[in-house]
Design a protein around this ligand. Structure first.
Ligand SMILES: C[S@@+](CC[C@H](N)C(=O)[O-])C[C@H]1O[C@@H](n2cnc3c(N)ncnc32)[C@H](O)[C@@H]1O
Length: 262
């Protein structure tokens, strides 16, 4: 399968693939960036006068796409490794945006009540709270705490956008393994295999991946405690959000929940 994607090609050209490179590649299998950004933009409404915080901007999706569509997006992430990918992608897009290195725990001190919209998407990022760059395990209270830190940055009456693993995927009992077709991107050949397993007795979800670029394999493992949708809704309402609902957003791969700060 041949892919033409300037951002992913630049990531591979940079050499030494890491978890950020893997994330960029996995997105290719999950959704079309432009279609999803259009879907998010439809939910956001007109760009004029709207201030947005993407507090897990990672390597730049959907912040860069939204900025290109005229939105005013403040971009933060707690990982210098991911921000290096963001800066390279912003360069590929010809955008001068400067993301900031901010941990979720420092967000309220800096941005309390400031934004019309706060968003955090990427597969339920709270499950990786503090455990993305290195293998670790966020506990249930760390997840609720992280969500509270994001919600604190929404102005009263402002809106919140977060995603979660699709309900049907959380229901699966069997291990999900997939070997993706070989990708040819620029001068690179890439093979990816992924396995997701959920251990219901411990409530732990493990995402294991093998990434082989030009014949060299690296493996990654991230463990997280999964959250059910009803638990996410309870946390969102507990943070003072009203009108919490599952919101269909065209192009999104995960399920989306939105709410309004009272
Ligand atoms: C799965 S990536 C999602 C990136 C992007 N939003 C997307 O959809 O492609 C999760 C991001 O959350 C960030 N993150 C995890 N724990 C964090 C923390 N405690 N503070 C700030 N960022 C954190 C990681 O650095 C990573 O970039």
């Amino acid at each position: 399968m041949t892919f033409s994607d300037a951002r992913v090609e630049a990531a591979l050209d940079a050499g030494d693939p890491d978890i950020g490179t893997l994330w960029e590649l996995c997105m290719l299998f999950e959704f079309d960036r432009e279609e999803t950004a259009d879907g998010i933009a439809r939910w956001l409404g007109p760009a004029e006068g709207l201030s947005i915080l993407d507090c897990a901007c990672g390597s730049g999706f959907p912040a860069l796409e939204l900025i290109r569509r005229g939105y005013d997006v403040t971009c933060t992430d707690g990982s210098e490794l991911m921000l290096a990918h963001f800066r390279r992608n912003a360069g590929v897009e010809g955008l001068g945006v400067r993301p900031e290195l901010v941990l979720w725990e420092d967000l309220p001190r800096r941005y309390a009540g400031q934004f019309d919209v706060v968003m955090n998407r990427g597969g339920g990022n709270y499950i990786y709270a503090g455990a993305w760059d290195e293998e670790g395990l966020a506990d249930q209270s760390a997840m609720a705490e992280a969500i509270g830190q994001w919600v604190a940055c929404v102005r009263p009456g402002g809106r919140f956008y977060v995603d979660i693993t699709r309900a049907e995927d959380l229901e699966r009992r069997e291990e999900q393994s997939v070997v993706h077709p070989t990708l040819r991107i620029g001068r690179h050949t890439v093979d990816i295999a992924e396995t997701i397993s959920i251990d219901r007795s411990s409530g732990i979800r493990t995402w294991w991946s093998s990434l082989t670029v030009d014949g060299t394999e690296r493996t990654f493992q991230r463990r997280s405690r999964y959250l059910r949708h009803d638990q996410l809704v309870d946390i969102l309402e507990g943070c003072g959000l009203t009108d919490v609902r599952k919101t269909p957003v065209r192009g999104e791969y995960y399920d989306i929940y939105t709410g309004v700060r009272a």
